[in-house]
Ligand binder design. Structure first.
Ligand SMILES: [Zn+2]
Length: 187
């Protein structure tokens, strides 16, 4: 068979794409070696420190356990694959300049992901369920981040929207949240 015909080249291209080649983010070389592997604080995560044999750059890859392929149904009815990184970004934004570490955010995302995988029978989960889980967790972690997250998620447009949600947060005389919000339907 001809090694360079269009069909062959296309096949080679597809094989390269799906062979899970780890390319260097700096020079795009697929030639790298693992310098160090270590489990994360969570047992379900392994981080591998890699060194590019081409340019010498170092980068980290993260391997996680994923039990199911989840799809999120947005309020508009649109379906999209559950995206852990996207969820982490929205939580990070809400926690900006707050006393919440990346590690805490990572754990929060993992716990939400795991709950979605284990507590739902359907592979399609409504975005409202994800939003409710995030807001419940954030309220316990940092009430300011909670308000920020809810305001973005619910697309607040008026000052009274903030007032309504803040009035629902029960706090003691020192300003600490005394208990989680009752299971109101925020979303
Ligand atoms: Zn490289």
């Amino acid at each position: 068979m001809c090694r360079f015909c269009k069909i062959c080249l296309r096949a080679i291209e597809l094989i390269a794409k799906f062979r899970l080649i780890m390319r260097c983010p700096y020079c795009n070389s697929s030639d790298s070696r693992v310098a160090d592997s270590r489990p994360d604080t969570e047992d379900s995560v392994i981080r591998r420190r890699r060194v590019c044999n081409q340019c010498g750059a170092k980068f980290t890859t993260v391997e996680r356990i994923q039990m199911r392929d989840l799809t999120v149904r947005k309020n508009s009815g649109k379906l999209e694959p559950f995206d852990r990184e996207k969820l982490a970004r929205s939580i990070k934004l809400a926690c900006r300049n707050r006393d919440v570490s990346d590690d805490q955010i990572d754990k929060l995302v993992t716990s939400i992901h795991r709950r979605l995988e284990t507590e739902t029978a359907d592979d399609v989960v409504p975005s409202s369920m994800v939003g409710q889980m995030v807001s419940d967790s954030l309220l316990n972690l940092d009430p300011i981040a909670f308000v920020r997250f809810v305001s973005v998620y619910r697309k607040f447009s008026k000052v009274s929207d903030f007032k309504k949600i803040i009035d629902q947060i029960p706090e003691d005389d020192e300003g600490a949240v005394v208990c989680p919000l009752p299971k109101t339907s925020l979303f």
